[in-house]
Ligand binder design. Structure first.
Ligand code: BUP
Length: 461
């Protein structure tokens, strides 16, 4: 690279939901003549993350890998904590070591792009080094507005009597029951991180979000005009992020579900998946099985029983009970393997996505116009589900998930709802329209295309 080529250093966090938007954004940026380094922590928490890091560096040999060694964390301090949150905490506690790593990188780093989970620690380092810092936000713009506004909410009267509904100025009112439930307890690890990051992102040089204007017009407009938080940094809505390059970290064999899908009629398959780190209870898995069988539709089900993939050693036939796999043979594919979800959602055989509504999954369904039946499992899923509905991506079963805690949804209810949504032409038409809007946003002249151009222009200034 010549001396004027910008050098961007990416600092991703942990979990596939955090790595995918990074890898996809990196793949997109690499076509703009930008020099790229990626801070990498090995070993990763999950096997899927390790595979995808390897895939990224194999597909883009010019991208530099900067190894980052974490300080050991005494996990006894956080009994029962989610392994991914622990990794974020490890990263935060080792973050001071990033300063020398960034300062000594050659050529000189011209911009940092940090995961939002590390923002509170990376932004001050960037300021000290006089290097601009952008944050890649890994959820929707509505969630970004909640993250930015929540500290203000706590500092004002609104938050004095404990956490209640949060009325985000100009965006929407998020009922207490739809907040990430950890936020109801200010002592939770996640909550402390969320508040610190929320305060600090207002000092970033810009925020990149995997969404597009037509999907979240209100949240993006109010973030940009300072209604949510005054003097908020520029927001670049550059989504939906997809794998621009076929090699964007997709080293995994995508073959088997696609070969099966190729045999199925158009829009005939219900795709079922709840993300890479949401274990569904055995009882609920059995009810989902009953529902899918009763719906009568074909289905492709990615089934997970643990939070971390390499701990998932259960046999499908034991999980699903006697005879299930035999009974649905031919019209279903059930797998515990990592699949190329984007390729699945892109496939014309898929007619519905029964989903946890993790944001990357919503963005992928929006990109390809696949209707969603949202069944939030935790974290930001309910906030995302409000966007599923307001944006026209699909429907949300509000009473299926927690109001304080998860409840068991019966197979009958699942089967009936799947049938109803699969046969709903209006839902399908709305989702297809979202897919067209997404295409428009990404095409030359579209809103996300222009945001990307603006970001690159800023890098090269
Ligand atoms: Br599982 C699985 N293949 O087999 P979300 C997931 N994915 O490509 P998150 C695959 O992982 P939470 C698989 O397409 C999406 O890009 C999927 O991210 C991909 O949810 C990503 O949807 C998952 O944001 O759960 O992060 O798994 O939201 O609870 O953190």
């Amino acid at each position: 690279p010549d001396r004027d080529t910008p050098h961007v250093i990416f600092i991703p966090s942990a979990g596939m939901g955090h790595l995918y938007p990074f890898f996809r954004f990196i793949a997109a940026l690499s076509s703009y003549g930008v020099d790229i380094s990626v801070v990498t922590i090995l070993p990763t928490v999950s096997a899927a993350e390790a595979d995808h890091f390897a895939g990224l560096f194999a597909a883009f040999p010019s991208i530099r890998r900067i190894d980052f060694h974490l300080l050991p964390l005494d996990t006894n301090e956080f009994p029962g904590a989610d392994p991914f949150f622990l990794r974020w905490e490890e990263l935060r506690r080792s973050a001071h070591l990033l300063g020398p790593l960034i300062a000594s990188a050659t050529p000189r780093v011209s911009t940092i792009v940090s995961d939002v989970t590390l923002a509170s620690h990376v932004i001050p380092i960037a300021k000290e080094l006089h290097i601009p810092c952008h944050v890649l936000f890994i959820s929707c713009a509505t969630m970004l507005s909640l993250n930015a506004y929540f500290p203000v909410y706590l500092d004002t009267k609104a938050g004095m009597d404990g956490i209640g509904d949060v009325d985000i100025p100009g965006v929407c009112r998020i009922p207490k029951s739809s907040l990430p439930q950890a936020l109801l307890d200010l002592n939770k690890l996640f909550t402390k991180q969320f508040i610190e990051n929320g305060r600090e992102i207002t000092k970033a040089d810009g925020i990149l979000v995997n969404t597009f204007d037509a999907l979240e017009p209100k949240a993006l407009a109010t973030l940009r005009d300072g209604t949510v938080v005054t003097r908020f940094p520029p927001v670049f809505a550059i989504g939906p992020l997809t794998s621009h390059s076929p090699a964007a970290g997709e080293r995994v064999d995508a073959g088997f579900p696609l070969a099966w899908l190729a045999e199925q009629p158009t829009r005939s398959v219900v795709y079922v998946a709840f993300g890479n780190r949401n274990a569904v209870t055995l009882d609920q898995i059995r009810e989902i099985a009953v529902g899918l069988e009763a719906s009568g539709f074909r289905f492709l089900w990615v089934l997970k029983t643990t939070v971390v993939d390499h701990e998932d050693t259960a046999e499908l036939k034991d999980v699903l009970g006697d005879g299930f796999l035999e009974r649905v043979k031919g019209r279903s594919l059930v797998t515990k393997a990592w699949v190329d979800q984007e390729a699945i959602l892109k496939h014309p055989a898929v007619g519905l996505y029964l989903s946890h509504s993790g944001w990357n999954s919503v963005a992928e369904a929006a990109a390809y116009g696949v209707p969603m039946l949202a069944w939030p499992r935790g974290g930001d899923h309910r906030v995302n589900a409000t966007v599923v509905v307001s944006g026209g991506v699909g429907v949300w079963m509000e009473h299926w998930s927690w109001d304080g805690e998860d409840r068991l949804v019966s197979g009958k209810e699942i089967g009936d709802k799947v049938k109803e949504v699969m046969l709903d032409a209006a839902v399908r038409a709305r989702a297809a329209k979202v897919g067209e809007e997404a295409d428009k946003a990404l095409t030359e002249g579209g809103s996300s295309y222009r945001s990307m151009q603006q970001f690159v222009a800023k890098l090269k200034n």
